[in-house]
Design a binder for this molecule. Structure first.
Ligand code: 9D3
Length: 231
């Protein structure tokens, strides 16, 4: 898979992309990630990429010229085809189903915004899909793009280590996970629940399920709505 990120802050990506699973996936040749600076495609001597909104209002808007020129430049670097995603609060919320869908692609373009937003002709002209990562305000699309890259790349077959991929397959009951403990048995006066030391695997499984339900009810009651298997 080839991922092209278009941004005015390519430096923000260096360290997340050079650690852990993302580093390994690139080294293995499972994904190539290219960063291109939209500012390099500005046409004036100030390297301007934003301008004031027609109709008035606060803030600045990403200009279409530099974004189109940047996109056309990177698109031509490879014959691979893929959809364009626009990182913006004005879009559908990214989720695990979307991550699975994007992980099947041979190519993906991620365009990061700054300022108040994009000139609408960017979305229309590039047939771009707007995506948000959640209902909170970020300073720009870069961190959102990194979240998407991380969630997508780890789903490419071979990206995870053996341990991680086994875990992946066993997780999908729609509940939060049960509490985990490791050594020591007593830490600062806090005991590991005795059932986990009992060796009774049926009882352990039953305890974990009940804990998972309790936690879900406490922290994510929305996940239980409309489920008739849990009281
Ligand atoms: C004052 C109106 N604001 C909209 C809520 C303006 C605004 C805030 C933040 C415009 C752009 C931004 C920058 N955010 C992103 O580029 C962004 C984002 C986000 O803020 N939250 C969740 N997902 C994303 S994806 C891109």
């Amino acid at each position: 898979m080839r991922i092209d990120v278009l941004t005015i802050f390519p430096e923000m990506f260096q360290s997340p992309l050079s650690c852990s699973i993302l580093a390994r996936a690139q080294k293995k040749g499972l994904v190539e990630i290219f960063l291109t600076n939209i500012r390099d495609f500005a046409t004036d001597s100030y390297r301007k990429v934003d301008d004031r909104p027609y109709g008035g209002g606060p803030g600045m808007v990403m200009m279409p010229g530099p974004v189109f020129a940047c996109y056309e430049h990177v698109a031509a670097q490879s014959p691979l085809k893929g959809p364009v995603i626009l990182l913006t609060p004005q879009g559908r919320r990214f989720d695990q189903a979307k991550a699975r869908e994007l992980s099947q692609l041979e190519r993906l373009f991620l365009i990061c915004g700054r300022y108040e937003g994009f000139d609408e002709r960017i979305r229309i002209g590039l047939n771009a899909e707007p995506l948000s990562i959640g209902d909170y305000v970020l300073s720009g699309g870069e961190l959102a793009a990194m979240v998407i890259i991380d969630a997508v790349v780890r789903l490419i077959p071979g990206a995870l280590g053996d341990q991680d991929s086994t875990r992946e397959e066993s997780f999908s009951n729609g509940l939060l996970e049960y509490p985990q403990y490791t050594r020591p048995e007593v830490f600062r006066g806090m005991q590991v629940p005795p059932v986990l030391l009992s060796g009774d695997h049926a009882k352990i499984a039953q305890w974990r399920r009940q804990q998972a339900i309790e936690r879900t009810r406490m922290w994510r009651p929305d996940l239980l709505e409309g489920r008739d298997d849990i009281g």
